[in-house]
Design a protein around this ligand. Sequence first.
Ligand SMILES: CC(=O)N[C@H]1[C@@H](OP(=O)(O)OP(=O)(O)OC[C@H]2O[C@@H](n3ccc(=O)[nH]c3=O)[C@H](O)[C@@H]2O)O[C@H](CO)[C@@H](O)[C@@H]1O
Ligand SMILES: C=C(OP(=O)(O)O)C(=O)O
Length: 429
Amino acid sequence: MDRIRIRGGNELNGIIPISGAKNATLPLMIASLLTDDTLTLENVPHLADVENLTRILGNHGVDFSVAGKRLGQDAGRGRTIHFNARNIVDTTAPYELVSKMRASFWVIGPLLARMHQARVSLPGGCAIGTRPVDIFIDGLRALGADIEIEAGYAVASARGGLVGNRFRMPKVSVGATHVLMMAATLAKGETILENAAREPEVVDLATCLKAMGAKIEGAGTSTIRIDGVPALSGARHRVLPDRIETGTYAMAVAMTGGDVTLTGTSADLLPTAAETLGRAGAVLTPVEGGIRVYRNGGGIAPVDVSTDPFPGFPTDLQAQFMALMTMANGTASITETIFENRFMHVQELARLGAKISLSGQVAHVEGVQKLKGAPVMATDLRASVSLVIAGLAAEGDTLVNRVYHLDRGFERLEEKLGNCGAEVERISG
Ligand SMILES: CC(=O)N[C@H]1[C@@H](OP(=O)(O)OP(=O)(O)OC[C@H]2O[C@@H](n3ccc(=O)[nH]c3=O)[C@H](O)[C@@H]2O)O[C@H](CO)[C@@H](O)[C@@H]1O
Ligand SMILES: C=C(OP(=O)(O)O)C(=O)O
């Protein structure tokens, strides 16, 4: 199992290219199931989750190639991948594949819409919370699907096809918005999704679906209207930049000091996090093709935050922001409102000397003057990168174990940080 060793204490200076967004790439890849034509995605990041999803899509019969090669032969960056789902040979997504990644459950929407049937393993709980799928099931039922849960699988059918309807999501769900929007593109008539997620990844998926011929209005607002069409065509679409990777590296610079330009991204993708970072003492300035980040000359100021659906502060940046607050000049409260168990980084940050107390969904972080390197364990994707951020500022060596979590969502992290002066090394095996 790979580990990452960080020798802390160096400022970050230089350029960090931001990759395509994992959380946009996954639903975009799944959208390839909606058409028998080729969907070409550009700027696809090289990540474990992307590889996993290609296996799941491959099991359904989706053919894919990277720049003329079969996937797996190319460890390149910002890849262009062609997906073709002309022959869907299997509408079952088995437990062995789905259990590795929650987003794989999302194939249920396109499979039902195009094939009128799907048998998809329930994704199950994961480290950050129970993560139920009730909203997906209720939403698809509202579109006319029959769904039963049998032996750990959602077994769904829609004889004659899905039919448009009005559906109000009881809670904002990014995944349910993706799935219901995809399903509705091929349903008969109009679908209105209320209380929809407004995340940039939802807008990116809608943009791609529209390029494929879907009729969608309102993506990026709480009400999305979809007028179903009989079939979708292929398209070419560039995946939007990863706002979570952007925010993560901005927080790393705020933590270590230095001056870094994040290229291929935009602060518009993370309005609340950028504003919060500003209050914490970082300057984020838009520059041509990216964002320049540096500290405003003072220390790190404590800032209270609460996670929220977009445009609020993203839960996927909560752990990283907590790492930053461990060295603030005062105490900050961090409230997690999206996932009930997303504080597992707290005990690992404590190994580095952080002072954090938990009270329900609120973490009180009392800034300390210095952190000291230690062996720590990555517990989930964003928790693992919070340990990297803390390690970059800690005295001595931090050894992050279980970096397979990190590899789900951060492309070439050691190289990107190393190019900016950090001492970060992957220890294989
Ligand atoms: C691959 C991907 O894009 N993952 C992101 C996506 O996850 P994901 O789409 O799984 O997260 P959701 O937005 O669905 O979850 C939001 C909340 O709704 C709850 N819920 C969701 C569905 C449901 O049927 N019932 C229900 O109760 C969840 O448990 C959670 O408490 O959005 C999350 C919230 O921004 C991010 O942290 C994840 O990084
Ligand atoms: C929680 C995340 O991903 P997933 O929804 O795939 O678990 C994440 O990207 O931080």
